[in-house]
Design a protein around this ligand. Sequence first.
Ligand SMILES: C[S@@+](CC[C@H](N)C(=O)[O-])C[C@H]1O[C@@H](n2cnc3c(N)ncnc32)[C@H](O)[C@@H]1O
Length: 280
Amino acid sequence: MPAIPTREANWYDYPEYYDIAFRGDTAREAKFIEACCKEYLPTRRAKGPRFRFLEPACGSGRLVVELARRGHDVVAYDLCPPMVDFVNQRLRRRKVSAKVMIGDMRTFQLTRKADAAFNLINTFRHLTKQGAIDHLRATAASLKEGGIYVLGIILIPEDTTADEAYERWTETFRQTRVTVTITVPKIDVAKRYEIMRTSMSVRNGKGSFRLVTDAKMQLYTPDDMRRLFAKVPEFEVVNTFDFWYDIRKPEVFDDRIGDVVFVLRKRSTKRGSAARRTRG
Ligand SMILES: C[S@@+](CC[C@H](N)C(=O)[O-])C[C@H]1O[C@@H](n2cnc3c(N)ncnc32)[C@H](O)[C@@H]1O
């Protein structure tokens, strides 16, 4: 069988295929985000039924479109122009509205604040440690008091090795079949980074090709997250879940946890001095 043509490229520049790879969990994630609002927002706002959402690093906008379609007011941003163009085209095509623009997680702040923000599937690990602190502060500043940030990330135990980090799945949409294989050719646990290699094979009616992307990703242990959150007292952790997104089944945040969804809540500025300090 002839080898499939392969090129090095940034897979985020190909939103139509990225979107197919991740579309499977979208409805479940959207329902979980709504359930978090009902459970953790202050009582007067928890009823909704309409929430104002912010999605940092929205990628292909699968959740933007789903939540806008469910009647919510959604603002989102991403650093990658092809992703932002793709979401805006899709919104137009689906005749639903949301505001989607170019923005950087380290700096983006909303003026009209949101009830809730969400950032799933490990996107947070694109940020360096300082970038993560800046991002959490900017996101807290974008939320109303008592607002929540639903943050999904895969943590590592101290003794991780590259051999353990291997993932592969296939999704098909209409005539297009996308297989994603994730490997880790380099890992430095002491320095808390890894090179994540994503190989995305695309087969459709026109032929097939493979894109290979290497990205430097920050690593976090559960203790690293505790230390990080301690630096951003604007937020408190109100609960933790796993990637099954079941609101009835919180997951204990201990040192063995791997896939974790934190529900962070913005503290009241009346009680804490920390949020005042960052604004002043
Ligand atoms: C794994 S995708 C996740 C997309 C989306 N959150 C989802 O659930 O499908 C990661 C996205 O993060 C974006 N990204 C990476 N670094 C960023 C930054 N500093 N600011 C904004 N977006 C960033 C990439 O362009 C990419 O679209």
